[in-house]
Design a protein. Structure first.
Length: 105
């Protein structure tokens, strides 16, 4: 919010009840108090405007049910194999031909 004619807005935290009750006086009072705290002054009859509005929402959600994945062997199925490609292994200090597999398989 800011006073009409000013350039620098002031962030004002407001409880949801101010909006629910559509209490413009409480909104202006909160702005005046924050302006006084920040700048040491406020305009008693000054008109204020909302420059931008941000909302933060917090809440609790149920955890999603995890899909069970069936157990498979240690090696991917042969049909998933796509060949070999060179992969650099720092601990070996060189590249080595390494099997590659189709992710979806």
């Amino acid at each position: 919010m800011r006073y009409v004619g000013q350039e620098h807005p002031v962030t004002v935290e407001l409880p949801a009840g101010v909006f629910r009750r559509r209490n413009r006086d409480a909104l202006k009072r909160s702005f005046d108090e924050e302006h006084q705290r920040r700048y040491g002054t406020w305009r008693a009859g000054g008109t204020a405007e909302i420059v931008s509005l941000r909302a933060t929402v917090t809440g609790a959600m149920k955890k999603p049910r995890l899909e069970r994945i069936g157990a498979r062997g240690r090696a991917p199925p042969a049909s998933a194999r796509r060949g070999k490609r060179g992969v650099y292994f720092a601990e070996l200090g060189r590249s080595r031909a390494t099997p590659s597999y189709a992710r979806e398989a």
